[in-house]
Design a protein around this ligand. Structure first.
Ligand SMILES: Nc1ncnc2c1ncn2[C@@H]1O[C@H](COP(=O)(O)OP(=O)(O)O)[C@@H](O)[C@H]1O
Ligand SMILES: [Mg+2]
Length: 258
């Protein structure tokens, strides 16, 4: 049944790599404007699910719907245009570019001009470029990096690179934002700042799917938690229910039991 308050629907998804069944029969929905935590031990299939949703490779079986529309065979750029953005478990910035340029690349998907037009520099292009710079600065202000606009992105401390990646993801004006371990490598105060930012993004109406090992962060920020273990969904529900779920505790602690 399609419920129009569900922005993303994951239905009976299977994905294997050679002999490894990375995902089996995964099924859950993301309610519009909500924050959902996707957790599970290493190798559970979390990043694989992100890669399927963002069009890096197709599912073997099942359906992914975004805004009620099947998106299984959409390519990465089409999905960005539709409103799906992500950050990566291992931060992926354009290394030789400045902080500001990294944001401008993210904004490019939203401006009309192509390469040829940029070369001839029609007046409306200059206007667009000016607007893009202003918007880029706003996005840097949003994550607190406005004073570092002209630094080479990879010269920033790692925690700041994660914030820059978040700002770049926001440049495409996403409706759905997938965050893959955004707090990994952050200290406590940076994690606090990240939590505040994620809430602000959600308050702008963006739906968020969060993969994160920091359980304090995940449990405090998520309305719903989906738990994967070895490619299967083993639990789904509000944080307080999932935290006391026996199958979940067994998956996290019980590796020693088996
Ligand atoms: N591109 C890939 N090629 C081959 N195997 C992969 C690939 N991506 C993931 N896997 C395998 O799929 C399983 C799930 O991995 P992953 O989705 O990265 O888990 P998680 O993000 O939950 O730690 C692992 O066994 C992993 O080795
Ligand atoms: Mg992962």
């Amino acid at each position: 049944m399609t419920n129009n308050t569900n922005l993303l629907e994951i239905r009976n998804i299977d994905k294997s790599f050679g002999g490894v069944q990375a995902l089996s029969d995964i099924d859950f929905f993301l309610e519009q404007g909500s924050i959902t935590g996707l957790i599970g031990p290493n190798g559970a299939g979390k990043t694989t699910l992100f890669n399927l949703i963002t069009g890096l490779f197709p599912a073997d079986k099942g359906e992914i719907r975004f805004g009620g529309r099947p998106i299984n065979n959409f390519r990465v750029n089409e999905l960005v245009r539709l409103g799906i953005a992500r950050t990566f478990q291992n931060v992926e910035l354009f290394e030789s570019m400045t902080v500001l340029e990294n944001i401008l690349v993210g904004l490019h998907t939203r401006t009309r001009c192509g390469i040829i037009e940029s070369i001839f520099r029609f007046p409306y292009i200059r206007r667009e470029e000016q607007q893009a710079r202003e918007r880029a600065i706003e996005l840097l202000e949003f994550v607190g990096l406005q004073d570092y606009a002209d630094r080479t992105s990879t010269d920033l401390p790692f925690g700041w690179q994660r914030l820059l990646e978040l700002a770049r993801a926001m440049a495409s004006k996403p409706r759905l934002l997938l965050l893959d371990e955004p707090a990994a490598g952050l200290n406590m105060s940076e994690t606090g700042r990240l939590e505040e930012l994620i809430r602000k993004v959600r308050d702008q109406g963006v739906t968020i799917l969060l993969v994160e090992h920091d359980m304090n962060l995940t449990m405090s920020i998520s309305e719903k938690i989906v738990v994967l273990d070895q490619g299967r969904k083993i639990a789904e529900g509000p944080p307080r229910e999932v935290q006391t779920d026996e199958a979940v505790m067994a998956a996290y602690l019980g590796k020693a039991k088996s």
